[in-house]
Design a protein around this ligand. Structure first.
Ligand SMILES: [Zn+2]
Length: 96
């Protein structure tokens, strides 16, 4: 007998997140929370397909340790402390 509720736990949608550090330039990651473990994230690099497992309360960049953000959060800036030129940001986002 199949339990629909438990089956849903395995349908975890990957979220596309990016590293906000320009010098890191790791680009976009497909992020999924590990099924059995809390606070463990599986990150698949959107470009080279490399897979990383990161243990943290929120998904962080495996290359520099910075908390990953959505592209919308990135466009909203980082707390107003840093202004990103719209043209350069747009060009960069298009390469992700
Ligand atoms: Zn990074």
């Amino acid at each position: 007998m199949t339990n629909p509720a438990s089956a849903q736990e395995y349908t975890i949608e990957a979220q596309r997140l990016v590293c906000p550090e320009r010098w890191c330039a790791s680009g976009a990651w497909l992020v999924q929370r590990a099924a059995q473990l809390s606070d463990v994230w599986q990150l698949t690099h959107a470009t080279d397909g490399g897979v990383w497992n990161v243990a943290a309360t929120e998904p962080v960049c495996p290359r520099c340790g910075t908390t990953l953000v959505t592209t919308l959060e990135l466009e909203g800036g980082r707390g107003g402390g840093e202004i990103i030129q719209p043209g350069k940001l747009l060009d960069w986002l298009l390469t992700l």
